[in-house]
Design a protein around this ligand. Structure first.
Ligand code: MET
Ligand SMILES: [Zn+2]
Length: 800
């Protein structure tokens, strides 16, 4: 057994992180007000501090009382960006963002996140298998590292001044570099992880400052260790060894806080040995997604952690179902026994940060009380963790709470709507034929006869800017201030405006603009049985952007009853048909019908955990298949089924990926395979790491696929080329995540790159994603440039 470190004891209960957007999205409001010049930097700072202090107060109230039990996981925008500015790793393309004192201030921080007139922002991509997007560091041989922001120290000092010693959080050095991309100028094959030795001194310096400020523990987050990334596993292990040898070299207390290395989102697998061998004082393991070793292997596994604290993440931080406390207590009991034999201490935690779930179920008073009793949001999870810590201290004290959880979970299984025979009969009767369309060649011909499209057809991804009027109309409908007929008219007016705008701009394939959709998943959830929606259940998606995932708790089908909208037409159970049909009635050009695909509906909802995802996906797919049939019957010739989340649910371990891709691709095919040959099926995916799942995308068998490409400067066309992707594809030429208007010349260049790599007959021209969050002014200017650039690109183009 190694010597016990002279560090403070780790608290018995903690969470790995907490929502930072505020219970009423106060951070979103403050940050956006700052961006638009409505509040000063000091006011923004005041709002940020108020959220941090409210969090500390709330977590203490919920039972995180010991020193260092409360994580300092606040962020103004993104935790990877926080770490990037702390170590000063500004990509050289931004020039000088540091001030005269070598600091990166708030404006530099937001420039990296949002870009400026000359520079695109940092690329954004999904954080592990979640719907959270982080900013991707760009690291090259030229990147200079220097301590450039002490925000994490200041945040710690703020809480301390108010009486609480928190546990500061940073993305660990291995994960920070493993998630970085090579900078533009870096030589071929350059690996950001090769800069590890250069970044470590800055972390050491920061740890020293934290210790000086009184921090007893720091949390270094290393989720890269639970995923199979491009970096070989042996290199990651070696990096963990080097990094934590350096970071633990100083004495705890005087030179650094004790270190909690956290590994959320899955099991450490073969990285366990490297982590256990490192000198860190505590390790947080995801024991919800990851598993405890079998009884036979437990002892050898446990022996590795001698002298440390194992922080057992037994409460899922990533979904909203009430924890099976009895099962968690059993895991903890066997861990405790192992810990007693092998000399490690034990603490209880969530498996991941809870910022993937909303704040508090008790806010959702409109939900059925029974459904509410099945759920645990962040605050409830804190209580669950505290209960389990009580169990470890004194089993009798937690007995009632554990039994209550067992009882509630049992009632859920029997509740009406959870299993409906008519839905299950349909999914169990499916055969292979239900999953396939005719050959692509046959379809292209049939579609060509119906659609008369120019080369490089232009279109958008579906949504147009959601104006304050549109959102206001929906709020008034919900309040009862206007009736359904009035609301319907307002939406129709908006659709008409959007159709006229697209005609005027010269688009080839139009959209109705999706004004009636508060959210692309929630809208469907509201029209399907088996779902419920929340009022305050916001979670951060990126920066100030939040989504409100729906709750998929029962068997899914289209609702049988009439909708409150569309008078007589409502006797059918259609979700989108009347809006699409209305839009089509206004123009000769084809209007795309817009659906959200089954995988995305699952990924962006909180999904039932009581059956395989494949079964749930097929239920949703059948509902969409019914909708497609109704759209065709209403004269819609192009139908887009968005699957922006296909990549997101991809398991982090390679060994699990094939099974996922099989059911996810099949569910999309099940949704779309009922379409006639002449109906052109589109899909939309919004991320740029296309290469990873290109076979799956091919497997979707969509006629046209639009994807993100502008932010990553068309890198995706290389993947398309090397794969020999043969169907229609629209690599986005306008990054809608930033307010920047792309110039016509810039778009022409992107298109030139695209047609160099992919046959022009396959190319579509479109933005990266929907325009919902943009303002009209910048959108119109950007779309005008897009259409004009396309016209220029068509000149002299030979399409074969
Ligand atoms: C996140 S993907 C968005 C697709 C949707 N059709 C839209 O345009 O908003
Ligand atoms: Zn998108």
């Amino acid at each position: 057994m190694t010597a016990q470190h002279a560090s403070a004891l780790f608290p018995s209960a903690t969470v790995l992180g907490y929502p930072r957007i505020g219970r009423r999205r106060e951070l979103k409001k403050a940050v956006e007000a700052y961006w638009s010049g409505k509040i000063s930097q000091a006011e923004l700072q005041g709002a940020a501090e108020a959220i941090q202090l409210a969090t500390v107060g709330r977590l203490a109230e919920l039972g995180l009382t010991g020193p260092s039990a409360i994580p300092g996981t606040f962020s103004l925008y993104d935790q990877v960006l926080d770490t990037l500015v702390a170590v000063g790793a500004v990509p050289s393309r931004f020039g000088t963002l540091h001030d005269a004192d070598g600091r990166l201030g708030v404006d530099a921080y937001f420039t990296l996140a949002r870009g400026n007139a000359e520079q695109q922002p940092l690329e954004m991509t999904k954080w592990f298998d979640t719907n959270y997007h982080y900013l991707v560091p760009e690291i090259g041989p030229e990147t200079e590292f220097s301590l450039s922001s002490e925000r994490v120290v200041e945040e710690f000092a703020l809480a301390k001044a108010h009486g609480t010693v928190t546990r500061p959080y940073l993305v660990g050095p291995v994960t920070f570099l493993a998630l970085a991309k090579a900078s533009d100028g870096a030589p071929e094959g350059f690996s950001p992880l090769s800069r590890l030795d250069d970044i470590l001194p800055v972390y050491t310096q920061l740890l020293e400052k934290l210790a000086a400020a009184g921090a007893e523990w720091v949390q270094l987050d290393e989720p890269a260790l639970v995923a199979d990334l491009a970096t070989p596993a042996s290199e990651l292990s070696a990096a963990v060894g080097r990094a934590y040898a350096a970071l633990t070299a100083g004495a705890v207390g005087a030179q650094r806080p004790a270190i909690l290395l956290s590994a959320p989102y899955g099991g450490l697998g073969e990285q366990t040995a490297a982590v256990a061998a490192s000198g860190v004082e505590a390790v947080a393991l995801d024991l919800f997604k990851g598993a405890l070793p079998s009884d036979a292997e437990l002892s050898a596994w446990a022996a590795q952690f001698a002298g440390k604290t194992v922080v057992a993440g037994v409460v899922d931080g990533h979904n909203i179902w009430r924890n099976d406390l009895a099962a968690s207590a059993a895991k903890l009991d066997s861990l405790r026994a192992a810990g007693e034999r092998h000399g490690f201490a034990l603490a209880v935690s969530t498996s991941t940060s809870t910022f993937h779930v909303p704040h508090d179920v008790d806010e959702e008073v409109q939900l059925d009380a029974e459904l509410r009793s099945w759920l645990a949001f962040a605050d409830q999870k804190v209580r669950e963790v505290a209960t389990l810590a009580d169990h470890l201290a004194d089993p009798a004290s937690a007995k009632d709470a554990i039994e209550e959880a067992t009882r509630v979970i049992a009632t859920r299984a029997q509740a009406p709507g959870v299993r409906r025979p008519e839905v299950r009969e349909r999914t169990s009767a499916l055969t292979d034929a239900d999953f396939s369309r005719s050959d692509y060649a046959v379809r292209t011909q049939a579609q060509g006869a119906v659609l008369d499209l120019p080369p490089l057809p232009t279109t958008t991804i579906g949504s147009f800017p959601q104006t304050a009027e549109v959102r206001g109309a929906r709020a008034r409908l919900n309040r009862g201030a206007i009736d359904a007929a009035e609301y319907e008219q307002l939406m129709k007016d908006e659709i008409k405006r959007v159709i006229e705008l697209q005609e005027e701009l010269g688009f080839d394939v139009l959209v109705h603009g999706e004004p009636e959709r508060n959210d692309m998943v929630q809208y469907f959830a509201e029209h399907l049985d088996g779902f419920d929606v929340t009022v305050h259940g916001w979670v951060q998606s990126y920066g100030s952007r939040c989504t409100r995932p729906s709750i998929l708790w029962g068997d899914v089908s289209r609702q049988a009853g009439p909708s409150i909208l569309w008078g007589d037409a409502s006797s059918c159970s259609a979700i989108t048909v009347p809006w699409a049909a209305y839009a089509q009635s206004l123009t000769e050009k084809p209007v795309k019908g817009m659906l959200t695909g089954p995988v995305t509906i699952l990924a962006w909802s909180f999904v039932r955990d009581d059956q395989p995802l494949a079964e749930t996906a097929n239920q949703v797919a059948l509902a969409l298949r019914d909708e497609i049939a109704d759209l065709e019957a209403a004269g819609i010739k192009i139908i887009q089924v968005d699957e922006p989340a296909l990549r997101e649910l991809l398991p982090l371990r390679r060994a699990d990926q094939a099974a996922y891709l099989d059911w996810s691709v099949k569910s999309f095919r099940l949704a779309t395979a009922g379409a006639a040959d002449a109906t052109q099926v589109h899909t939309h995916l919004c991320y740029s790491e296309f290469g990873v799942i290109i076979d799956a995308i091919d497997g979707l068998d969509a006629d046209v696929t639009s994807i993100e490409a502008a932010r990553s400067r068309m890198e995706v066309v290389n993947d398309l080329e090397s794969h020999g992707f043969g169907r229609g594809v629209g690599p986005g030429v306008y990054d809608i995540h930033s307010p920047r208007v792309p110039g016509q010349g810039e778009i022409e260049e992107l298109l030139a790159t695209a047609v160099e790599h992919v046959p022009a007959r396959q190319i579509w021209v479109n933005p990266d994603c929907g325009l919902k969050t943009r303002g009209y002014e910048e959108t119109e200017a950007s779309l005008r440039n897009l259409v004009e650039a396309t016209k220029a690109a068509r000149v002299g183009l030979t399409v074969v």
